[in-house]
Design a protein around this ligand. Structure first.
Ligand SMILES: [Zn+2]
Length: 180
């Protein structure tokens, strides 16, 4: 077919309904996944039984490095046992297994709350002046109130993500494999 309109160039977010819960060792991984747009629960301290209960009742994929947790309590829970101790490698493991792509910014990196677009005028007192003057689109976490903007930190994060993916596809065999 010829002459089609150019549609939104971003790839379809096939995995956008994936939801995760990360164990208490995986705080940095959780923040990455949230910035990529994925609903990811994380509690710095949580009992094994509780994390399993949430994963099961909410249909979340449990991300963990804890073999014992899976062996003893993981019946009926979808999980990914991460092999690496390094956050970048962990992100790559999750991306590879689930085919993740960077979706829209819609989860708060700090608390996993849903982000909502807000009027520029309403953030004047809560962001630095240069941000207010230089950016036009703002979002606010509906849970903790943190304000986000499409600034350089988001761009840097996305650049890093793209770079990670391209490096990973060049050297998939070099990924760290650790026996537990
Ligand atoms: Zn928040």
């Amino acid at each position: 077919m010829r002459g089609e309109d150019i549609k939104d160039p971003s790839p379809p977010h096939a995995s956008e309904d994936l939801r995760f819960i990360a164990d208490s060792m995986l705080g940095r991984l959780s923040r990455w996944l949230r910035l990529l747009g994925y609903d990811t629960l994380y509690f710095p301290t949580i009992e094994d039984n509780k994390i399993i209960r949430i994963a099961r009742s909410e249909g979340r994929i449990l991300l963990t490095r804890d073999t014992r947790l899976i062996k003893e309590k993981g019946v009926g829970v979808k999980f990914l046992l991460l092999t690496s101790n390094d956050t970048v490698h962990q992100v790559l493991e999750v991306i590879k297994i689930f085919g993740l792509m960077a979706g829209d910014m819609k989860r708060c990196a700090l608390c996993n709350g849903v982000l909502k677009n807000i009027e520029k005028a309403s953030v004047q007192d809560s962001v630095p002046e240069y941000v207010y003057l230089n950016f036009s689109s703002f979002m606010k976490c509906t849970e903790c109130g943190k304000v986000y903007w499409q600034g350089s930190h988001i761009r840097r994060f996305r650049d890093r993500f793209e770079k990670m993916i391209s490096v990973s596809s060049e050297s998939n065999q070099d990924m760290e494999e650790t026996e537990n």
